[in-house]
Design a protein around this ligand. Structure first.
Ligand code: NAD
Ligand code: DAU
Length: 360
């Protein structure tokens, strides 16, 4: 049975990936989920798989090399899928240090532990072992020309402390591949959306605020463009890269779905109006009048867009979910998980929100 070590599996994309993999492979694989459970990690995301014999959760910090080494010593890990990171750009602008610790040093710890466990005396690696580093399109910087796209060959040009830390972690993975022929891949993906996304990020924040009749904060002129990818398509892409991709390669995973932030907000408002039942009192609350332009994000990248040509040509992956369908599924999920939202937006989240948006 193949054993996967997933880091950051209690977060948004990690938990979706675990659900996807256990649904697809059932009892053919075993998953060890290693997560520190920061504010972004939530074991409620994994209720559906808890108790399965082939799923194990271990609370550990990826910066703790002793703890990570012990996990490699205890389990014969075949695949690492490394999601764990500090992931929110706004938080990185306010407090960069933890981003460098987790994203850069944490990745180094993961690389060293896997290398130590997998390396043979002659310097080659045990057959079939693979490490996949999950990264972001933000490492490529901002596209100013509206016809330009990010390719795997686009030079790195990160602007935020978050993207600089992710770029550094990518460089470390590249250096291990080049120096040691360490068996790895890097994937750089665009903005994900879907179930279990923490409401500090644009789409769940807008859904949550709109349903409560709270203001919808739009940074700057609202015309910054992101390329939205349904999270389950991303999970499938990661699996396909490990199954069919060439080792040592980078693959960009994008949604082919560019939208301005203000367009996203209008789509969410329209979809909420369509989906809420006639008698639901929240219909009264959901309105364009909630849209509020606020101060722009510092160093706000203007446009991201991935051309996922390489992954399509080599592996056959493409973004299957149309945005109209993905956003409906996401909204339906939030309708059905009010308790989840209540739990994650109590306590610390309130404090963060007040500080970040100055009570708006
Ligand atoms: P997330 O913030 O929802 O989850 C991150 C998870 O990592 C949490 O469960 C958290 O507890 C865990 N974690 C944080 N620090 C840790 C540490 N020191 N040790 C162990 N666990 C730790 O993030 P996400 O949105 O699911 O993103 C996952 C990965 O995908 C990240 O590497 C991110 O950079 C990358 N990515 C995300 C997006 C996106 O749109 N969300 C897009 C491109 C790339
Ligand atoms: O591109 C991939 C990246 O996408 C990932 O690497 C990051 O981990 C992930 O958080 C995401 O980064 P963004 O900064 O693009 O996502 P966010 O949801 O924070 O913001 C999306 C856009 O919406 C961005 O242009 C800023 C804007 N925005 C965001 C918030 C939270 C607003 O206008 N208002 C808001 O309140």
């Amino acid at each position: 049975m193949r054993t996967y070590l997933v880091t950051g599996g209690a977060g948004f994309i990690g938990s979706n990936y675990i659900h996807y993999m256990l649904k697809k492979y059932q009892d053919e694989i075993r998953i060890i989920n290693v997560d520190k459970l920061t504010y972004a990690g939530n074991l409620e995301n994994l209720k559906g798989v808890e108790g399965r014999g082939n799923y194990t959760f271990i609370k550990a910090d990826i910066c703790d090399s002793g703890a990570i080494r012990r996990i490699f010593a205890e389990y014969d890990i075949d695949r690492v899928v490394h999601f764990a990171a500090e992931s929110h750009v706004d938080r990185s602008i306010r407090d960069p240090e933890v981003f460098v610790k987790t994203n850069v040093l944490g990745t180094l710890v993961m690389l060293n532990a896997a290398k130590e466990a997998w390396e043979l005396p002659d310097g080659t690696f045990k057959e079939g072992k693979k490490f996949l580093h999950v990264s972001t399109d933000e490492v490529y910087g901002s596209l100013e020309d509206e016809n330009a796209y990010f390719y795997e060959t686009t030079p790195y040009d990160p602007h935020s402390p978050y993207s600089a830390s992710k770029a550094s972690s990518d460089m470390l993975v590249k250096s291990y591949m080049d120096t040691y022929r360490f068996p790895a891949n890097i994937t750089n993906c665009s903005n994900n959306y879907g179930p279990y996304q923490f409401p500090e990020k644009l789409i769940p924040l807008i859904i949550h605020n709109a349903l409560q009749g709270r203001k919808l904060p739009v940074y700057g002129d609202g015309k910054n463009v992101r390329d939205w990818l349904y999270v389950e398509d991303h999970a499938k892409g990661i699996d396909m890269v490990q199954e069919k991709g060439r080792l040592f390669e980078t693959y960009n995973i994008g949604g082919h779905n560019e939208k301005q932030n203000i367009q996203i907000i209008h789509i969410i408002l329209d979809t909420l109006q369509e989906m809420l039942p006639e008698e639901d009192p929240r219909r009264e609350l959901v309105s364009e009048g909630l849209i509020t332009y606020v101060e722009d994000r510092k160093g706000h990248d203007r446009r991201y867009a991935i051309a996922p040509d390489k992954i399509k040509a080599e592996i056959g992956w493409y973004p299957e979910t149309k945005f109209e369908d993905g956003i409906r599924r996401t909204i339906q999920w939030f309708f059905e998980h009010e308790e989840w939202m209540k739990n994650v937006t109590s306590g610390d989240y309130q404090k963060y929100y007040e500080e970040m948006y100055c009570g708006k």
